[in-house]
Design a protein. Structure first.
Length: 260
């Protein structure tokens, strides 16, 4: 009986711990970050079928979440949820937000939701702040490419914790993804549902391998990044106030190889 009691106690304690690599985070209780999304979708960088009107090239609002490894907003080579589908196809966030809230209520896997305003052109910046916790050190987000069938950029479960400390700054180049729910090849393709639904896949200069694909650049080895995200830890002064944030300059991503 004593052994059984000990085992039950140990298992009960273990089940209350977060699952995955984030369980190793022993950093200070909370950390706040400034997240800056930079659109690099210019006509010079991506000349093929570049949307100039109805609507012109632009970015939807950014929707993200800080979470543990128990939750996943989206994953490459896996099926998109109904919420991600609605966001990638139409920029509608209600179902995705409901999915996030339900995950947080059921398995305590979500720390918080954050969002940033849309960008009305292919290039430009938008930003917001987010908060991470030792049990919820992962960051995921999505931004819809507008116009497009179901294309988006984003990050899946980026860990901002390194052992006993929070990363000071991290930048990631972003490339387009296909949500696998619409079969359009071009930015302005009409709605054509993919049946059965496909998995989330990265769009490259050679995949899908079809001349009609808006990102098909057979002369290139890889696409230039279409966007970039930077997260900077907000330092606290002795007065407990956030230090001023310096806006980061956008880096060039122009295609050097001449593309007709």
């Amino acid at each position: 009986k004593v052994i059984w009691t000990v085992l039950v106690t140990i298992l009960g304690y273990a089940s209350s711990l977060p699952v995955g690599d984030d369980s190793l985070c022993t950093a200070e209780q909370l950390a706040k970050y400034k997240i800056i999304f930079t659109g690099k979708w210019s006509q010079i960088a991506f000349p093929k079928q570049y949307p100039l009107y109805r609507p012109p090239a632009q970015w939807s609002s950014l929707l993200g979440v800080t979470h543990s490894s128990d939750y996943s907003m989206w994953k490459k080579n896996e099926y998109a949820s109904n919420g991600v589908r609605d966001f990638a196809e139409k920029g509608e966030a209600w179902v995705l937000m409901k999915e996030i809230e339900e995950a947080g209520e059921k398995i305590q896997s979500v720390h918080g939701i954050f969002s940033a305003p849309a960008i009305s052109s292919g290039t430009g910046q938008t930003s917001t702040e987010l908060e991470v916790h030792p049990r919820h050190p992962l960051v995921s987000f999505v931004v819809r490419i507008v116009p497009s069938p179901d294309w988006f950029v984003g990050i899946d479960s980026l860990n901002l914790c390194e052992g006993d400390r929070w990363m000071e700054e991290v930048s990631v180049d972003l490339f387009p993804y296909d949500a696998g729910t619409d079969s359009g090849f071009t930015f302005s393709s009409p709605n054509f549902a993919t049946i059965p639904q496909d998995t989330v896949t990265e769009i490259t200069c050679s995949s899908p391998s079809h001349p009609a694909n808006s990102f098909y650049y057979p002369k290139l080895k890889i696409l230039p990044p279409i966007a970039q995200v930077t997260m900077v830890k907000i330092k606290k002064t002795q007065l407990g106030l956030s230090a001023p944030f310096i806006n980061l300059p956008a880096k060039s991503n122009e295609i050097i190889d001449s593309v007709s």
